[in-house]
Design a protein around this ligand. Structure first.
Ligand SMILES: Cc1cc2nc3c(=O)[nH]c(=O)nc-3n(C[C@H](O)[C@H](O)[C@H](O)COP(=O)(O)O)c2cc1C
Length: 134
């Protein structure tokens, strides 16, 4: 479970995220050379909490479907980003991972956000009446 997943490049399409060096899951993904980033929805807080625990036990009971890459897509996510691992850079106590997007599939719902130690969702501001008229 990472909270730093972001777009890095459009051409070619790349994403990046950071993994704590103490992660017990990352060595397996590194060996596999691919992963799916599941962008969890506001309905999936329990999944998020479960996957934030340490160790392989946390995957027990989490439903998934296989992507064309053979990586797990969790049903109900807002989007699934299937990637090949392109590079890994050591940065302090984390690794910075760059992934190359193989397939991007949009789901439904609102993305689950984490800020200031709390979970929530993005709130759109009302569009001012003057927008587009200036
Ligand atoms: C909201 C949230 C965001 C997190 N973001 C990251 C992150 O960007 N990178 C990271 O290594 N761990 C992050 N963590 C902590 C990991 O989820 C947790 O340490 C990890 O699941 C450990 O599992 P593992 O050792 O089995 O890999 C985050 C946890 C939460 C709750």
């Amino acid at each position: 479970m990472v909270g730093t997943f972001q777009s890095l490049s459009l051409d070619p399409p790349l994403v990046t995220f950071c993994v704590d060096k103490s992660s017990s899951t990352w060595p397996t993904l590194r060996c596999l050379g691919r992963f799916t980033a599941n962008i969890l929805s506001t309905e999936q807080l329990p999944v998020c909490r479960a996957l934030s625990r340490k160790g392989e036990e946390k995957f027990r009971g989490i439903e998934y479907e296989e992507s064309p890459l053979g990586t797990p897509r969790i049903p109900g996510a807002v989007a699934w980003v299937d990637c090949e691992v392109l590079s890994e850079v050591v940065a302090g106590d984390h690794y910075v991972i760059v992934g190359s997007i193989e397939e991007l599939v949009a789901g439904q719902g609102e993305a689950l956000l984490f800020r200031g130690g709390k979970f929530g969702e993005f709130t759109l501001w009302p569009t001012p009446a003057s927008d587009g008229k200036a």
